[in-house]
Every structure is written in C-alpha cells, then in structure tokens.
Design a protein around this ligand. Structure first.
Ligand code: NAD
Ligand code: AHE
Ligand code: ZN
Length: 375
C-alpha cells in the first residue's frame, strides 16, 4: 500500500512529506494506523546527524498512538481495531533481559532495530522508485501507517484520546518512570531537575507523585518557569543568573541539622555532558543519586572526580524510564484517564503532517513543550 510520511532524507535537513510504499505485516508483525505522534528531542537529535546510530533515508518518530489495522500470521496479543501505543523498548517477556527482572531493556530485537530494520532484517518502507527507507527506533510514527513487531505494541483502553496518550509513548513514561522505577524516590526527598522541557516536566510530576518535599528546577530559559511550577517545581535556578549552580543547590538543601547539603536525587534532562557533571556533583555526599535521561551527541563523554563516587554518590541512567512497555504503558494511560497525572497543558502545539518541520522550529526556539502531529 501507499502511505504519507515525513521522511528524513539526509542528516541536518528538514523532513520531506511524501507518499511512500509500505509492505503489509509479516509473521509476528502488526500494521498500525497512527492517529497522533509527538515530536521528541530525540527525533531532532537523530535528524540533526548527532546520533551515532542515525541512518538515512529514514522515517523518524517514536511517540505515537493509533489503531491496529492488520496483523500478520501468528499474532495473538492484538487484533484489528485495538488501540495501541508503539514501543521503542519492546517487552518480549522471553529474552534474558526480560526474564532477569533487573531491566526493561528487552534485547529480543535491539540489533535489527538499531539498523533501521524489522527483526527479519528487511524494511517495510520504500520510496516510490523502490529505494529502501529505514525504520526508526522500531516505530516510525512520522508515517500515517507503520509496521511493528507484536512485542513492540502496548494495547490500551479505547476511550483514551490519541492526541494526548501518544505522549505516553515516550516523554510521560520516561520522566515519571525515571523517578518511580529508576531512582525510586521516597516521600520527603529533595530533588533537582536539569532541563524543564518535555521530559523534565514529567520528572517534576513524577516527583510530586512520589511525595518529594523540595523540587528544584534548573533551566537556561526563564519562560519554562510557570509551567514547571504548575507541575510541582518549588525552586527555580537559571544558571545564567548564578555563579555556581552546584553551590547554589548545596546551599538551598542545607538545614541547621545537615550542614553538608546536597540533593537526594537529581535528573539530567538536557543531554549536555557538563550539566550531567553538575547534576552528579550537586547530590548529597554518602547517598545522592543522579539519573541521566538526556541523550548526548556522538563522541560526547561524561567526567567527574572518582572521589565523587568514592564518597557515596551514584551515577545512573535510564531508558524509557525503566518501564516495561506492554505491562506499564496501559497503566499509565489509566493514570491519565483517572486524573492522577496531567498531560494536556504540556501539549502546547498541534500540527498537521505537512507542518511537521514547524514542530522542530518550535522546539529549537524553546516555544513549545510538546508539538503533536495529528493525522
Ligand atoms: P526539550 O528540548 O523539550 O527540553 C530540554 C530543556 O533543557 C529545555 O527547556 C532547554 O532550555 C533546557 N536546557 C538546555 N540546555 C540546558 C543547560 N545547559 N542547562 C539547563 N537547561 C538546559 O527536550 P526533551 O524532549 O525534554 O528531551 C530532553 C532530553 O532527554 C533529550 O536529550 C532527549 O533526547 C532525551 N530523552 C531521553 C529519553 C530516555 O529514554 N533516556 C527519552 C526521551 C528523551
Ligand atoms: N542511538 C543513540 C542512543 C539513543 C538513546 O539512548 N535512546 C534512548 C531512548 S531516547 C527516547 O527519546 C534509549 O532507549 N536507549 C536505549 C537503547 O537501547 O537505545 C546512540 O547514542 O547510539
Ligand atoms: Zn523520545
């Protein structure tokens, strides 16, 4: 069949909206009509050419929601008509990683997914002249129709609005999951969030859910402050207005009893390796934990004095907030429908597929939190 898609033809160039060919689902695969997709900073990271796994031409997008339209032989867990969220972190429930219960990083199809291919080593997308187009993060939600392995779709309730729950496909789950699954933040904690964009705001609402007392937000853009306060931020620091962010956080977290100071938890949601260092070093001696969420460009490396770790700080990372997609995503959709978490205010712009490049411009100018493309 043919479908409309925004194609990344070359690194660093705007996407091009065009008709492409899409083959139907093979064994163990499903075809999905994408109804809505968010634009995450990671899409821009790959589009820009900074992603060591970037491969072109590709159909980007990994934050979608839609309806199953066709299933291949052997598919049992979903059927046509089911509402689903594509998962860039699948959950096969059979690989060593899934069975370990120690990680959400299912390894069943990671190798081919990183090469822009389906598990059988081929691509379902091609240009009208037959040139293959690569999949992206196993999802390619910047196409109106896409094909995914069955293990990479989460079935969700049918009364949930696609234009909001698409964000659970990455940003919401990553931010809240980083707090709950990865850091396991406890009531009364003091936490710092670096970067108050589409991920950072969800870390804030995760911290509020977990019962954190002090929630410090750090961003270079003062305009992020009101929305961050809405999602639970109690203190704001703009590094442009302060000499030493680490010292400022240590001072804010000191008490008469504890003159050492430092955050119990910090989260990097910027992808900047210098910020990652500050995020580690502002945590408390003896027990502070810093979680890296941001994705850094090819060649970037983190550094700190080993003494920071010798003295008890812990440096961690998280992908998809440690969530097991097929199990956890339907529950997060329930949280949204039950009013336990908020999504609507963070979706600041809705666009048509033809306007998708405007979504990247809005991200760069700092005007948007999330732009969502509606098909
Ligand atoms: P975004 O562009 O919406 O937000 C980034 C925010 O960081 C902006 O508000 C920006 O002003 C701020 N910022 C940039 N540089 C800063 C600095 N030096 N100090 C303080 N603030 C700074 O991006 P997003 O969609 O929220 O994504 C954030 C990061 O998380 C990206 O690197 C993205 O690739 C990554 N990400 C990772 C995962 C994962 O599973 N680990 C999932 C989604 C996104
Ligand atoms: N391809 C990049 C890494 C990109 C990355 O870390 N992706 C995150 C999800 S970001 C979602 O917005 C992730 O899931 N990582 C685990 C994995 O297996 O990719 C690179 O540096 O090579
Ligand atoms: Zn993402």
């Amino acid at each position: 069949m043919r479908t409309r898609a925004a194609v990344a033809l070359e690194p660093g160039k705007p996407l091009e909206v065009m008709e492409v060919n899409l083959e139907g689902p093979k064994a163990g695969e499903v075809m999905i009509e994408i109804k809505a997709t968010g634009i995450c900073h990671t899409d821009d990271f790959t589009r820009s050419g900074a992603d060591p796994e970037g491969i072109f031409p590709a159909i980007l997008g990994h934050e979608g929601a839609g309806v199953v339209v066709e299933v291949g032989p052997g598919v049992t867990s979903v059927k046509p008509g089911d509402h689903v969220i594509p998962l860039y972190t699948p959950e096969c429930r059979q690989c060593p990683s899934c069975l370990s219960r120690k990680t959400n990083l299912c390894t069943a199809i990671r190798a081919t997914q990183g090469q822009g291919l389906m598990p059988d080593g081929t691509t379902r997308f091609s240009m009208l002249d037959g040139t293959p187009i690569y999949h992206y993060m196993g999802c390619s939600t910047f196409s109106n129709y896409t094909v995914l392995p069955e293990i990479a779709v989460a079935k969700v309730r049918e009364d949930a609005p696609f234009d909001k729950i698409c964000y659970i496909g990455c940003g919401v789950t990553t931010g809240i999951g980083a707090v709950i699954n990865t850091a396991k933040v406890e009531i009364g904690a003091k936490a710092v969030v670096f970067g108050l964009g589409g991920i950072g705001l969800n870390v804030l609402q995760g911290l509020r859910m977990a019962g954190a007392d002090m929630i410090i937000g750090v961003d270079l853009n003062d305009d992020k402050k009101p929305m961050a306060e809405h999602f639970g931020m109690t203190h704001f620091i703009n590094p442009k207005n302060c000499e030493n962010v680490v010292q400022e956080i240590v001072n804010l977290t000191k008490t008469p009893f504890d003159q050492i100071g430092g955050a119990d938890y910090s989260f990097d949601c910027t992808g900047n390796v210098k910020v990652m260092r500050d995020a580690l070093e502002c945590t408390h001696r003896g027990w502070g934990q810093s979680v890296i969420i941001g994705v850094a460009a090819a060649g970037a490396e983190i550094s700190t004095r080993p003494f920071q770790l010798v003295t008890g700080r812990v440096w961690k990372g998280t992908a998809f907030g440690g969530a097991r997609g097929r199990t956890d995503v339907p529950q997060i959709v329930d949280w949204y429908m039950d009013g336990k978490i908020e999504i609507d205010p963070m979706i600041t712009h809705t666009l048509t597929l033809d306007e998708i490049n405007k979504g990247f411009d809005l991200m760069h100018s700092g005007e948007s939190i999330r732009s969502v493309v509606l098909y």
